[in-house]
Design a protein around this ligand. Sequence first.
Ligand code: 4UU
Length: 529
Amino acid sequence: MFTSPYAPVVIPDESIYDYLFSDLTEAELDQIAIVDGATGAPTSYRTLVSQINRVAAALAERGVAAGTVVGLLCPNIPAFASVFHGILRSGATVTTVNSLYTPGEIQRQLEDSGATWLMTVSPLLAGARAAAHAAGIADDRVVVLDGAPGHPSLADLLATDAAVPDVSIDSATHVAVLPFSSGTTGRAKGVMLSHRNLVANVQQARGLVGVVPEDRVLALLPFFHIYGMTVLLNLAFKQRAALVTMAKFDLTEFLRIIQDERCSYVFIAPPIAVALAKHPLVDSYDLSSVHTILSGAAPLSGALAEAVATRLGCRILQGYGMTEASPVSHLIPIDAPEISRDSVGVTIPNMDCMLVSLETGEEIPLPSEGVSGPGELLVRGPNVMLGYLGNDQATHETIDADGFLHTGDVATVNAQGVVRIVDRSKELIKYKGYQIAPAELEALLLSHVHVADVAVIGVQDADGQEIPKAFIVAVSVDAVAAEVLMEWVAERVAPHKKVRVVEFIDVIPKSASGKILRKDLRAREVAGA
Ligand code: 4UU
């Protein structure tokens, strides 16, 4: 076993609201909490906290309470912060939905999470309403933040004069959020994260991330995903920094906002590093305000990290984690230039780790010098989820009797405790840092009349980024063109889940028990390349 080189931190036993906002000083209340990147409009901590409390009061007045699950389908706009924390303050649970989801995908998450309310914005209303109706949620429980006829709006909620509900939250057991993740196998499942999980992860990571009150943090990564939720929405507020929101990625707008809003700390996923290293547009903007970039959610090569740091004249860090760990478990700390940018840094405080051999399941010892052999990374700590909602089997397959979360990632560790992610043993595919569950695409493709069998794996594109590829057994030779199948899938899934390469194959390699042998397909892919 190995642990953090840092001393443990104290994790307060309180709700995420109390942890983040209850001790704001008068001076801090006047600071800017969040800026709308599109318009430059600022919101102070005072206004933010007031809105959170009024949303909580208005929801409680309408019967929302502990046990209620509220879906939140909203891009990164300042109002996200008010309603996200308002829902939590009411004692209810938030399930954050990817704002690019199709109506079918939204409906599935609403149903799987047991949501009885949905909050969204008017540009997403058509799909949101269709999904809500299909999931049995009536219009008076579909809040349209910016207003729409027949629906409550954020202004309606803020107009309440009801008192903030007095909810008692047992932080260790009260489910705060239900983000969805496929984990090591199968389809997306609701990940039960408690208030304590969320508090813990900010407390564990904040010192190493090093965001300070003076920072202006670019909030481009979506708040609905655990990276944006913990590291932007929660950690930046705890540090009393200002978040600058960006609702959707566009390179020109990204560069303009950094320049005009003088952003100092930018959190990214690796594809943005590719753009920052290579794109000519980058030279047309003044990015001198940026002192640090942190990349996470997918592998970042050391060479790419160096290229970004050199071009921008800033520091680059890498973080690693997963939804099931709230998410952070490893970070390159802000003040550790000696740690290789090829690595994901060291274990954060209050966590234990272990590497186990993929072949034997035996523990791989921490080397006294040099680097260990590769093994599956297991992590344990106060940020590890309570479990998957309504799926004890998946929970027990993922968290073992000793409390270790099996990440499905293959890592090495050196004598200094620096961890490198070298491979992935689970099914999961990451496209631009977003999850794709192969099982979901396989089930969809199998429902196509011309598809007899299918397996989907992640392969690398020319920039070294991961894309999903489908190996397809057609019902008959030349039954269907690859483009037709890709188009058919694209019409049914969120853009990040599109199948980007198709190869027809005679038979899908499977084990005796019928499991797809993904490693054989990966080996075939590597041999082909
Ligand atoms: C190689 O993507 C995330 C969490 C991202 C995160 C965590 C801590 C970003 C910054 C930070 O400081 O969660 P999920 O659940 O969407 O995806 C989890 C999976 C991991 O199991 C791993 O396979 O995403 C992959 N992953 C990484 N892989 C996440 N970060 C990395 C990384 N290198 N740095």
